[in-house]
Design a protein around this ligand. Structure first.
Ligand code: NAD
Length: 382
């Protein structure tokens, strides 16, 4: 069994597996091939990989010869690839054409953003490990960009009140942004639509702003669901009241597989004082503000709006370490004790994360999405 580690596209600084994690595969009799300089931006050199027992190879050698290809993004993986097994975070919910192409070319593709959010899958949950880093870095980025102090300061030159931070969405990233902002001394207010979020927010010493009438999310596997127009209106009013007082806004609100809800309007931003900062982590799916541009900084009305859907990459060493540990845990489900590939699609973890196998779409959610859309299109045309 040969596992290949691919070099990520130029915008990425993480690598899917560091040398320390590669070493644990090698110890179990698995050969690891790594593309030249794949770990460089995460400060893991080719020598580190060779010392761990891996072999440095060219991209083509790895694409041709490895049994399992490990990566993060799909963007530079050749579409001509056939009969290969790939593991990464490929966002199949938003890339239907790519999914159909993989099926046609009989590639077996596992996308870790489709893992179920269950206790058993927790150790492989790349969304959580990377969101945790993104939330932490969002608070640091906000503090570094904000033109005033985060903590309360009592100095001989006078006293300064603490910064007021508003956080929209208290999932993994949002909760880490709450905890980090609190550690930096800010006063924090939080909105979320999931009832379960309230207790977690309070336990971190922040205020939870309740909006009545949120849709029931009990059957959404831990994710948020779409809200009614009435709820959205009530929530917008409350966010508008909070934003006027906020110095920093960190937005993380997402609804699985959909466009991010726009929670902050231009009119709301117009009420923020000069020098305020917004960090939008939902930028990949459109953003939570009308002014967000992914991987760009926009300054409007003296408010800085930073959209960044890949903030975990700004901490490449620990982000790669966590990602690699998630991968090791996932690989244990694919490779048996004798080092042979064994794909048991009756297991709910593999079934959900497997996008295509043997020329078919496997993930039930992706199958419904793609075939559902095709059926809808057909009925509209006929
Ligand atoms: P996410 O990135 O999908 O969304 C971020 C947050 O935005 C969520 O808390 C969501 O409720 C909130 N949100 C969505 N629409 C909103 C709106 N209109 N207004 C305000 N907030 C809004 O979430 P996530 O970080 O992936 O976590 C989602 C859930 O999954 C959490 O309950 C988390 O605890 C759970 N989870 C479970 C496991 C596990 O058991 N293995 C692992 C990770 C996460």
């Amino acid at each position: 069994m040969i596992i290949g580690i691919l070099h990520e596209p130029s915008f990425e600084s993480r690598v899917s597996l560091l040398a320390t994690e590669a070493a644990s595969l090698i110890k179990n009799g698995i050969a690891v091939w790594v593309e030249k300089d794949a770990g460089l931006k995460a400060f893991c050199l080719d020598e580190d990989y060779t010392q761990a027992g891996a072999t440095v190879k060219s991209r083509n050698e790895i694409l041709d010869g490895a049994d399992i290809l490990l990566g993060i993004h799909y963007s530079e993986i050749p579409l001509s690839l056939r009969n290969k097994l790939l593991v990464g975070v490929y966002q199949p919910m938003y890339n239907h054409e790519l999914v159909e192409d993989w099926a046609q070319r009989e590639n077996t593709v596992f996308s870790l953003d489709m893992l179920p959010r269950t206790t058993r899958a927790q150790s492989m949950d790349v969304l959580s490990s990377q969101s945790n880093i993104a939330g932490y870095k969002a608070a640091l980025l906000a503090a570094g960009t904000y033109s005033r102090y985060f903590p309360m300061m009592m100095t001989a030159a006078g006293s300064v009140p603490p910064a007021k931070v508003l956080i929209l969405g208290a999932g993994v990233a949002g909760l880490q942004a709450v905890a980090t902002s609190r550690r930096l001394g800010a006063v924090v207010e939080v909105f979320d639509t999931r009832a379960a979020a309230k207790e977690e927010v309070l336990s971190l010493g922040a205020k939870f702003v309740e909006v009545e009438g949120a849709a029931d999310d009990a059957k959404a596997g831990g994710y948020a669901v779409d809200q009614t127009a009435d709820f959205q209106q009530k929530q917008k009013q409350k966010i508008a009241d909070s934003i006027k007082k906020a110095d920093v806004v960190i937005t993380t609100a997402q609804v699985f597989g959909k466009k991010a809800p726009v929670l902050v309007t231009q009119e709301m931003i117009a009420t923020m004082r000069a020098g305020s900062v917004i960090i939008d982590l939902a930028a990949a799916t459109g953003g939570n503000t009308g002014l967000t541009r992914d991987r760009q900084t926009v300054v409007w009305n003296n408010v800085t709006i930073i959209g960044d859907s890949n903030l975990a990459a700004s901490m490449p060493s620990d982000a790669s370490k966590a990602y690699g540990r998630n991968l090791l845990s996932f690989l244990k489900m694919l490779v048996n004790k004798d080092g042979q590939l064994e794909i048991d699609l009756s297991d709910d973890i593999l079934k959900n994360a497997c996008i295509t196998h043997n020329g078919e779409i496997i993930s039930p959610i992706i199958k419904t999405r793609i075939h559902g859309n095709a059926a809808q299109l057909h009925s509209q045309q006929s």
